[in-house]
Design a protein around this ligand. Structure first.
Ligand code: F3S
Length: 288
């Protein structure tokens, strides 16, 4: 049986870098008491298994700014979503070591909104207001920033005459939706610049999954039950291949799905660790 694993399955570059950083720091701290304890500001990824594994290695999760206020040493790792300027200041005040694993693509947005808002522009962020990445971006604007996620919210935006806008996007926002919202805002005739800060990783993963699913007999999509990007991948693949199955780990794989099939494709959501993908790959190859 032919088994093909999508090249873009699983972690994107920024998430892989952040997760590797935490494992490296946890290993270093084993021999260096000063670096202990190790914390991440928020769970490093939305994957319970990884967070549990890290917990066993002594990595704890800070959930709020109040938690930072209680620290008396150790190392805090900033995850790929990034944080506001205020969080960096709080960490510095607390005197802890900071290891910054913010994705460089997110860092670039921080720089844009900081510079443009300092020049007097009003920042509009296209994204979900309660997403940590958007909270972080907002926290680099030198004056109030506005977040829009729906056409209704974009319609409602009103600014005093003469306002200059800089419109950016959350990295994982859907490109077509971004275009719709930008068009609504541009119609209002403010002096605006638009910077498309959407990261191509999600789009590339989806495009490759679509292509692969159209060519094989069975498609396996691996990811956490609550992962919305994995659900999206599953829907995309299902449209191309009726025999598409959603599994969290190898334990969910049912042998009858693969019996008599000639080819299997495998992809995985953005927070699926490599070893889970490899385990599924290995098992499918050995058993069928
Ligand atoms: Fe990943 Fe960074 Fe893009 S975290 S989705 S590579 S913005």
């Amino acid at each position: 049986m032919k088994v093909v694993v999508a090249k873009t399955a699983g972690f994107c570059f920024g998430v892989k870098r952040a997760v590797d950083t935490v494992y490296e720091q946890a290993a270093r701290a084993e021999d260096n008491e000063e670096e202990k304890p190790i914390y991440t500001y928020g769970p490093i990824i939305h994957n319970e298994e990884v967070v549990r594994d890290l917990e066993e290695k002594g990595v704890r999760v800070l959930n709020s700014e109040e938690d930072i206020g209680k620290l008396s040493g150790g190392t805090v790792i900033i995850r790929s979503h990034g944080v506001s300027r205020r969080v960096y200041e709080l960490l510095e005040k607390q005197g802890v070591n900071v290891v910054d694993a913010t994705c460089p693509f997110v860092k670039k947005i921080h720089k844009i909104v900081k510079e443009e808002s300092e020049k007097g522009k009003t920042i509009v962020i296209v994204g979900s207001g309660n997403h940590p990445e958007v909270e972080g971006i907002r926290g680099w604007c030198s004056k109030e920033a506005f977040v829009v996620e729906t056409p209704e919210e974009a319609e409602k935006l009103r600014f005093p005459e003469g306002t200059k806008l800089c419109i950016v996007s959350q990295t994982t926002f859907n490109y077509n939706k971004f275009q719709v919202l930008v068009e609504i805002i541009l119609k209002k005739s403010y002096d605006s610049i638009v910077v498309n800060t959407i990261c191509s990783a999600t789009h590339e993963r989806q495009a490759e999954a679509r292509q692969l699913a159209s060519k094989i007999d069975v498609m396996l999509v691996i990811g956490g039950k609550h992962s919305s990007n994995t659900q999206k991948l599953f829907e995309i693949c299902r449209k191309e291949c009726n025999n598409t199955y959603y599994i969290q780990t190898i334990r969910d794989l049912q042998e009858q799905w693969l019996e008599g099939r000639r080819s299997v494709g495998i992809t995985a959501g953005a927070s699926t660790p490599n070893h889970i993908i490899e385990e599924v790959h290995r098992n499918v190859r050995i058993k069928f």
